[in-house]
Design a protein around this ligand. Structure first.
Ligand code: NAP
Length: 282
């Protein structure tokens, strides 16, 4: 099976590419934009805003499956990268009849009506959520697609973006507030990668909530991560409710559909830490 990953240089892509390269029956290409931390021969530079370039890469390689990870909330110009980038990859996927797996977010919801099911209407409250909700609509018009709505992505071998920002700020003795009233289902990056691989080879189409099975506050999650990475500096850390934040409060996702469909277990943070701790590993 030929797979193309957009954003092999993203946090998710940096885990997905090596996992897929281990599969004997898979031929892989991945794209990066400004840097390629993986430095593999399968990497190709691609600007998702360049429609012709996106089409050319896809036509040349003719993948059976495209996993579209580009479109996070980091950097500048996120609205265009999410909306236009998605529309470019959908058009290119259609040109070669590729299956499209699109990564979306729990932040398409306003956080006032959790837990959210796949059928619930998006109600975004910030620029990122609005762009991701618009991208979902673009993808949904293409027949052979899966939209994975997921939550905070973390790993225990490479620090996730949020934990890296927090630990750098704490070490520099800058104030960090952890929100006790924003609830999420953090997902282990290994779980998300396995789910992408499973869905690449399945006939399921439509929306799917794929996240970790433990709903927790962002504060509890952040503290678990600081403990795991051994960040002891806490003098500038406070925990409390977010007031007037432009991020939704409770984005708990109902995971029932994915639980029935996937063989990949949707582990919660504490289960992952337990599985990964040196003591449980013997
Ligand atoms: N991280 C999370 O906690 C989280 C939570 C929910 C959903 N998601 C979703 O998961 C996906 C991956 O997120 P992530 O955090 O792993 O991403 P990330 O690490 O922030 O990476 C962003 C990616 O976008 C690429 N990029 C930026 N501008 C581009 C352009 N003009 N053309 C092509 N590529 C461009 C970057 O390439 P270069 O680095 O090479 O420039 C990089 O590969 C996103 O769709 C995001 O919405 C993430």
């Amino acid at each position: 099976m030929r797979i193309l990953i957009t954003g092999g240089s993203s946090y998710l892509g940096q885990h997905l590419v090596p996992l897929i390269l281990k599969q004997a029956a898979v031929d892989l290409r991945y794209s990066y934009f400004q840097h390629d931390p993986l430095e593999r021969s399968q990497g190709r530079r691609l600007d998702m805003l360049d429609k012709a370039a996106v089409r050319q890469l896809v036509m040349e390689y003719s993948p059976k499956v495209i996993i579209h990870t580009v479109g996070s909330n980091r950097g500048s110009g996120i609205d265009a990268i999410i909306r236009q980038g998605t529309s470019h990859i959908v058009a290119a996927a259609a040109a070669v009849n590729a299956r499209l797996i699109h990564i979306s977010t729990d932040v398409v919801f306003n956080g006032l009506d959790a837990p959210y099911e796949e059928g619930d209407e998006p109600t975004p409250v910030n620029e990122y959520g609005r762009a991701k909700a618009a991208a979902e609509l673009i993808v949904a018009n293409y027949a052979d697609h899966v939209i994975i709505r997921t939550s905070l992505i973390y790993g225990l071998r490479q620090m996730d973006h949020g934990t890296r920002w927090m630990s750098e700020a704490l070490r520099a003795k800058q104030p960090v507030t952890l929100f006790s009233n924003q609830r999420r289902n953090p997902i282990w990056v290994e779980t998300l990668c396995q789910a992408c691989l499973e869905l690449a080879d399945s006939s399921y189409t439509g929306l799917l909530h794929v996240a970790g099975g433990q709903t927790m506050s962002r504060a509890d999650f952040a503290l678990r991560m600081l403990d795991w990475w051994g960040i002891k500096e806490r003098s500038t850390l406070t925990v409390g409710p977010s007031v007037g934040s432009h991020w939704p409060l409770d984005c708990e996702l109902n995971l029932g559909r994915a639980g029935n469909l996937l063989s990949t277990p949707l582990l919660g943070v504490d289960e992952v830490i337990q599985l990964s701790s040196p003591i449980s590993g013997g």
